[in-house]
Design a protein. Structure first.
Length: 244
């Protein structure tokens, strides 16, 4: 049987999603616990990677098992064995040809900022700090430029091995709540560090360090130097993955 699980995790203690040698990852932790529970070697395939320190509200991953344990019992049992910063929040059976990564049609990421001259100890692992002044309207105007199908090469960190850097951003929304700003990006896929670079670019626009024309030039030329800096992993959350 092939199962799709929904996983929520707080990323501070992990070196990202993907299993790597000599570091702790979310994938490795889940595989070890599932293997122990189901008494067979379990390999998990995620909808995509998240970097060290990035969080997930609803990461998706699939695995195959021959276990006869009832499906709805698996999350309950696994969650008692997992560290408190990882939980399986949902499970469903899928067809054998379903793939958590390649079957995904849309992903949504959330980014959280707070605007303050004083750093917030409570929010240092959940938000990114922005020093005032900040023009929120300029951030929203800049966001409109990025919506649609574009070559996002300028919004991709070096070292990414992808066939194409063209992606479609269906939605890029910003809203304020008190001293906090939230950014939500929905697209058909995202490049390495793309959301964090978009976050940095919008902040630079809000601080008048980048103009709307600069952002258009970044899209047209693919020059990474024309976009904003890569913002911290601490403010980033994988919010949702949508399948057919």
């Amino acid at each position: 049987m092939r199962y799709l699980i929904t996983v929520e995790y707080f990323g501070k203690a992990f070196n990202g999603w993907q299993t790597q040698k000599e570091v702790i990852s979310v994938q490795q932790t889940l595989e070890e616990v599932l293997s122990a529970l189901l008494r067979e070697k379990i390999s998990i395939t995620g909808s995509g990677r998240t970097d060290a320190g990035v969080h997930a509200l609803a990461q998706k991953a699939h695995f195959d098992t021959n276990s006869t344990i009832p499906m709805n019992k698996i999350p309950l049992a696994v969650n008692t064995m997992l560290p408190e910063d990882i939980r399986i929040t949902g499970i469903e059976e899928k067809a054998a040809d379903f793939h958590a990564q390649y079957s995904a049609k849309r992903k949504t990421y959330l980014y959280k900022f707070y605007v303050s001259r004083t750093s917030s100890p409570i929010r240092r692992h959940t938000h990114a700090q922005i020093l005032p002044p900040l023009d929120f309207k300029k951030m929203k105007d800049a966001a409109k430029i990025l919506v649609g199908a574009h070559d996002f090469k300028a919004f991709c960190a070096s070292g990414s091995l992808v066939k194409t850097t063209t992606r479609t951003l269906y939605r890029l929304e910003l809203w304020q709540q008190g001293d906090e700003i939230f950014m939500e990006a929905e697209g058909n896929g995202f490049l390495y560090n793309m959301v964090r670079i978009i976050a940095g670019t919008l902040v630079y626009a809000g601080k008048s360090k980048l103009s709307e024309e600069d952002i258009r030039q970044a899209l047209e030329t693919g020059d990474r130097k024309k976009a904003g800096k890569t913002f911290p992993a601490s403010g980033l959350y994988l919010k949702d993955v949508v399948y057919e």
